[in-house]
Design a protein around this ligand. Sequence first.
Ligand code: KIV
Ligand code: NA
Length: 265
Amino acid sequence: QKPWTVPALAEAKRQGRRLAMLTAYDAGFARVMDQNGIDLVLVGDSLGMVVQGHDSTLPVTVADMAYHTAAVARALKQALLLSDLPFQSDATPERALDAAVALLQAGAQMVKLEGAGPKLEVIRFLAGRDIPVCAHLGLTPQSVLKLGGFKVQGREEQAAARLRADALAVQEAGASLLVLECVPTPLAQQITASLDIPTIGIGAGPHCDGQVLVLHDFLGLDSGHRRPRFVKDFLAEGGSVAGAVRAYAEAVRDGSFPDAAHAYA
Ligand code: KIV
Ligand code: NA
């Protein structure tokens, strides 16, 4: 199989081929993912929580992201590498460009940023300079102080309508991919059907164009926080890290993960 490219992602959506994504923070896990069917690897700013031990992603810096991105990049041959723009590094288009350049020079092939509204200008600015962008809507963990916790988003009709409009707006601004986190299954299904770019769900039901899980959750590690409903321990099922990665990639591709027990109706 050829290495993934950005244009190949939209082509995969047209062909109905689902995308399997996991987060990684180091070369060891990234290599196992790359060799066992993972299409997209995300160096998430979740590293602030699962690697650094903070209560949120707010303390993560561009330097932290670049360090882990470089480590992961060295291990990947097939999978496409995405890296998160950390808290407020995307507050203005100019700051976001500097941060994105640092991550791309560390080996990322796409940067991810949270939100719409003022971020639409940032997406347009980066995409207009040929920097591939993944948007991220629904539960946006960098907004945890305003949201008052990590909660399902888009349950009320007004919030759902806002999310539908934001999804179209990030695509229009030039995003190549959209992560939907913790949104009800029917809403994620509507959004996925309304877009040409692939959606990647986490706690967003089975109708997205792909799925993502955080490495530590996927391995069943106790995070010290309440375990979200959408998390599944694939290590228990796969028997080894490589087996877990294969079981996950297969379950995402055949649509058996997530099932109703791992989604919000
Ligand atoms: O930081 C992260 O791991 C993420 C995924 C949960 C999508 O943003
Ligand atoms: Na993130």
